[in-house]
Design a protein around this ligand. Structure first.
Ligand code: APR
Ligand code: ZN
Ligand code: ZN
Length: 361
């Protein structure tokens, strides 16, 4: 039987958020219904509201979530009813060229649930990032569910579903930070601080937090950075070099998505160092670098998509690191709120007042 539950919907560009009845169908083949426990509030949800992701209104918002599987469709082997899961954006196909090369994170044929959730009048909903978890229940492809242990705080581990994974993964997967390396992170919002935690987890010994906002630098120092640089007051490149024996960092992670800070990252790395771009640029942004510097400095320039994560490998592993006290996910949970408080959480997020507001459904 299709079930009617509450969900947070935006009907048109910049329209107010509404808590409305949504209809969640029984799961079809390869699908699962998940009873949502928690869902973090992310910048991308706000991009959906502003029409920055697409024009497929109405959207069912929320995508950084944990829940418990309450029903599975035919042929589902990934999860069982009753399991706690962290949701990811897309299920991979397992068969395309990327999947065959062992790089399912670049799968060409990702999918979400085939069936649509609807409003009570039958209007089809577009779930944010194929999830739609500011709701009591949601319908996803079973491959979007990664089972994880259920004896830890759901609000904390649910953050691995999006921004925190992007930051941690930029350090551990994309940069492959090694024990004893130096890492600088430019931009210390939620993603940057997560990259700092990833660098610490990987064994980096010099971790430099760079931000123009001193409160962000101080926060990063509390959460794992060994040195802080206020780049409004000092030159970021010079400061990072000075803290690394005059050389530059082995790894520099840019967690903002701007050409000027990317350029700082480029020049703040050691010869043969790695630069990782995890901040998402605005379409059309360009970068102008002298080619002889690209050539002469060696090393690599990489981007990190979703932390280059493999959910089935990384989510359970990071939940264990959290349980063992090596990854401080609790620090990212700035407040626990209800579905009705999301508007206010968007404002706090925009003002940079929180690392994460987490909705407990
Ligand atoms: N130099 C240094 N720091 C800066 C600069 C700058 N020129 N401009 C902004 N910042 C800092 C801000 O002060 C803030 O602390 O960058 C940080 C950005 O943090 P948030 O806005 O909280 O963003 P976050 O959620 O961390 O995401 C960062 O990663 O995944 C992407 O889409 C995401 O592009 C975004 C980026
Ligand atoms: Zn997100
Ligand atoms: Zn594939």
């Amino acid at each position: 039987m299709p079930q009617t539950v509450k969900g947070v919907v935006v009907r048109a560009k910049d329209a107010p958020l509404e808590i409305v009845d949504i209809v969640v169908p029984d799961p079809g083949p390869g699908e699962a219904v998940v009873d949502i426990l928690t869902c973090g509030v992310c910048h991308t949800d706000l991009h959906y509201v502003h029409g920055g992701v697409g024009d497929d209104f109405p959207y069912l918002l929320g995508h950084e979530a944990t829940g418990v599987v309450s029903a599975t469709g035919e042929g589902v082997t990934e999860v069982e009813v009753g399991q706690r899961v962290i949701l990811n954006w897309r299920a991979v196909c397992g068969q395309c060229r990327a999947c065959a090369k062992g790089q399912p994170q670049y799968c060409f044929n990702t999918h979400n649930a085939e069936q649509k959730m609807t409003l009570t009048d039958g209007t089809e909903l577009s779930p944010a990032l194929g999830i739609g978890a500011f709701a009591e229940k949601t319908l996803v492809a079973a491959g979007q569910c990664t089972p994880v242990r259920d004896d830890v705080d759901a609000a904390a581990v649910g953050l691995l579903g999006c921004g925190i994974m992007a930051g941690v993964g930029a350090a551990i997967n994309t940069a492959q930070v090694q024990r004893g390396e130096s890492v600088a992170v430019i931009g210390c919002g939620g993603v940057g601080v997560a990259a700092i935690q990833g660098a610490r987890l990987a064994g980096a010994t010099t971790i430099i937090a760079v931000d123009i906002d001193q409160t962000k630098v101080d926060q990063a120092l509390r959460l794992g950075a060994t040195h802080g640089v206020n780049s409004r007051e000092e030159d970021a490149v010079e400061a990072i070099r000075a803290l690394t024996g005059g050389f530059g960092a082995d790894v520099v992670i840019e967690a903002i998505g701007r050409p000027e800070t990317y350029e700082q990252a480029f020049y703040a790395r050691d010869l043969a160092g790695r630069v990782v771009l995890v901040g998402v640029p605005t379409p059309g942004m360009r970068l102008d670098l002298p080619l002889d510097d690209v050539f002469g400095r060696g090393g690599s320039l990489k981007s990190s998509w979703y932390g280059d994560c493999l959910p089935s490998r990384d989510f359970p592993m990071l939940v264990e690191q959290y349980r063992l006290g090596r990854l401080d996910l609790d620090a990212f949970v700035s407040e626990r709120i209800g579905l009705a408080d999301i508007d206010e959480a968007f404002v706090k997020m925009s003002k940079g007042q929180v690392l994460r507001s987490v909705v407990e459904v």
